[in-house]
Ligand binder design. Structure first.
Ligand code: SF4
Ligand code: SF4
Length: 653
């Protein structure tokens, strides 16, 4: 027998009519979010060139991958599967309900033949089961929460919502079971048919009617409630993902200082100190945050007992936003200077966030305010910063001059119109005895391969440490000088040995007018090996590779250094590697800091040591120094090497 829609129900269309005020309440709730978010500013230039298809302000790849498919959710397998079951189950059930409505209104033939059996019956029942299993799993996780959910704040509203969703699904099945018990089996409805067998003695038409209205009214109320609850992430998360460019890393852009030169106008303060200063994307981030704590769990600062928690930052911002405290500058104190400077800018939080929140962007914005407006900076970092201002490099206490690294070595100077590549030295491979060996190894490789390269007569920093510490002004000044010199020399291709230099050159310099290509040494060396320009003898030594955050997560250079390691020895992976790698602790200017509590570099060094590899390889001078220092606590062996050193020592002449 063909199913009769709204069987046993009088005025069933009322439910559908009630969806109109429910939608109005829903839309008003979203409007309230939009009103809050649009109070933010858009003052920082973010013209980062990306290749992904862009429609208006939306990036299609991020929107589809992180907003619709939700790829990051599945990084936690069971939670991800539960979330996927619930989300897609509910979406399919909503489609089924809409088809019933269209059948009632327009006679759409959905209760006929195979479509009825396989979609309206089997698929909808399977979707209901999946959604129920998903929601019960998530409910149990809320009742017995992991630390990440409770730290700083637990979003208890999720429990209510999950109970309500479970009630909607269960009442839906009961309605189906009671109906089938009275009208006979429905093809394909395996849950409804099974329940009908159990309910045959209680399947009264009154019970069916009550359950039907309870089910419908709760479902309609839930729709209206979405924007006033954490469920609003269903709408905000895809938007937030679509507005998040496919370029990884915090995407700080550069500050347009000209905006501060308007005569007679009130001069806006630098950096972020009140919500009114934040960009609207930061406010959208705060509104979208689920308080799931995935970011807290991967943050090197939070995991080693520092006062920083990216979740805590987002919780604080969202509380200020909800309370309308747009002009209240106590938000910095609420988050704390210590926390703001503890961020290593590693971007692990961004990588883990299922709803595409950019935590470091907000943190670095506040750091900019602390430094540029209040001159508040931790002691040692402050000394490094002053050294950068006065001596053009941040390596306080170094006994080396800018060119000491090449004493006794013939290194060509870049010649306009003659030299192909500029080997950029910068500061991190010049002022420490240990890292100077990386530079010398790189020179050895380039000379052996017969590459046309040269260095600048006078080494300078890219200014990246200034940017990371929050001094955008100093960074802009240094970058401007470098760009000018490069233009005068006609530099078109640059090789870097420090991922921070590479990141600055490629992410920030183009916004200031730079037009040269940049190749990290990991990629350049890998290409030399591929082309046969250098030949290596592969050894039996086991080598574990530590991904520098600014090379791996920030710029997705993950396979090339591994190919190099593989060419000289036996690659071993650490438990946290690639995109999920753990920071060495040196980023964000934290190379110059005195850490409280557990040291990040010791934690990471121990993880590397635990692999029992003979050597620990990396591709960043800061990682090299941090890991070497971190290992001191655990072993006296000098185990850390840069990939350039590994290659240089294994080259067959
Ligand atoms: S960027 Fe790294 S250190 Fe900073 S908040 Fe995120 S995970 Fe923590
Ligand atoms: S910022 Fe993202 S990862 Fe962190 S708590 Fe919020 S939703 Fe979770």
């Amino acid at each position: 027998m063909e199913r009769v829609p709204y069987w046993n129900i009088s005025f069933g269309l009322l439910i559908d009519l009630l969806s109109i005020p429910a939608m109005a309440i829903f839309v008003y709730g979203l409007y309230r979010h939009w009103k809050r978010i649009k109070q933010g500013r858009s003052r920082i230039r973010l013209g980062i060139p990306v290749s992904a298809l862009k429609i208006g302000p939306l990036y299609v790849r991020s929107f589809l991958a992180n907003g619709i498919v939700g790829t990051r959710i599945y990084k936690k397998l069971f939670t991800g599967i539960a979330h996927g079951c619930l989300l897609w189950g509910m979406i399919i059930l909503t489609i089924g309900t809409t088809l019933v409505f269209l059948n009632v209104l327009f006679g759409l033939p959905v209760f006929k033949g195979d479509f009825n059996r396989w979609f309206m019956g089997a698929t909808l029942d399977a979707a209901g089961v999946a959604a129920l299993v998903g929601v019960l799993f998530l409910l149990m996780r809320r009742v017995f929460p992991p630390e990440r959910l409770t730290i700083f704040k637990s979003n208890s509203a999720f429990i209510t919502i999950e109970v309500v969703i479970a009630v909607i699904i269960v009442t839906g099945f009961l309605v189906e079971g009671v109906r089938i018990a009275q009208t006979g089996p429905d093809p394909g409805s395996f849950v409804g048919n099974a329940l009908a067998l159990l309910l045959v003695n209680v399947a009264l038409p009154e019970i069916h009617r009550y359950l039907w209205w309870i089910h419908g009214l709760i479902a309609i109320s839930l729709i209206a409630y979405i924007p006033y609850s954490p469920l609003v992430h269903l709408v905000l998360a895809p938007i937030n993902a679509g507005l998040d460019t496919p370029v990884p890393g915090p995407k700080m852009g550069v500050i347009d200082f000209e905006a501060f030169e308007g005569e007679g106008e009130e001069v806006p303060s630098l950096g972020l100190s009140r919500l009114a200063d934040f960009q609207w994307k930061n406010l959208l981030d705060a509104s979208t945050c689920l308080q799931c704590g995935r970011c807290h769990e991967v943050c090197p600062a939070a995991q080693t007992g520092k006062s920083l928690s990216p979740k805590g930052v987002m919780v604080t911002l969202s509380e200020y936003l909800e309370q309308g405290k747009m002009e209240d500058d106590s938000v910095l104190e609420a988050i704390s200077t210590d926390a703001i400077y503890s961020c290593t800018t590693c971007a692990a939080c961004m990588e883990a966030c299922p709803v595409s929140v950019n935590q470091p962007n907000a943190i670095l914005g506040m750091r900019q305010h602390l430094l540029m407006e209040r001159s508040e900076i931790p002691d040692i970092m402050g000394q490094a910063h002053r050294s950068l201002e006065a001596r053009h490099h941040p390596f306080i206490g170094t006994g080396f001059g800018p060119n000491d690294w090449r004493k006794g070595l013939e290194v060509p100077i870049f010649e306009k119109g003659k030299t192909e590549y500029l080997l950029w030295i910068g500061c991190s491979v010049a002022y420490e005895e240990r890292t100077q060996k990386i530079t010398r190894a790189m020179v050895h490789i380039l000379k052996t391969a017969g590459v046309s390269f040269g260095i600048l007569e006078e080494n300078r920093c890219t200014g990246d440490p200034a940017k990371q510490m929050g001094n955008e002004f100093l960074f802009t000044e240094i970058a401007g000088q470098n760009i000018e010199e490069f233009n005068e020399l006609g530099v078109s291709s640059v090789i870097t040995m420090c991922p921070h230099c590479f990141n600055s050159f490629t992410r920030h310099y183009p916004l200031l007018g730079a037009k040269f290509a940049v190749i990290p040494h990991a990629v350049f060396i890998r290409d030399l090996i591929d082309k046969g320009a250098i030949r290596l003898s592969k050894g039996t030594e086991t080598i574990c590779y530590h991904d520098p955050c600014y090379l791996g997560r920030h710029n997705k250079v993950l396979s090339e250094p591994r190919q190099i390691v593989d060419a000289v020895g036996q690659l071993v992976e650490m438990p946290r590697s690639g995109n999920e790698s753990f920071c060495c602790g040196g980023g964000g200017g934290n190379y110059w800091t005195e850490e409280e509590g557990t040291r990040i570099n010791q934690t990471r060094a121990l993880e590397a040591l635990d692999t029992e590899a003979d050597t620990i390889a990396t591709a960043c001078p800061f990682c090299m120094l941090m890991l070497t220092d971190g290992l001191k606590k655990h072993t006296e062996e000098q185990k850390v090497k840069d990939i350039a050193e590994l290659v240089s020592s294994r080259m067959e002449v």
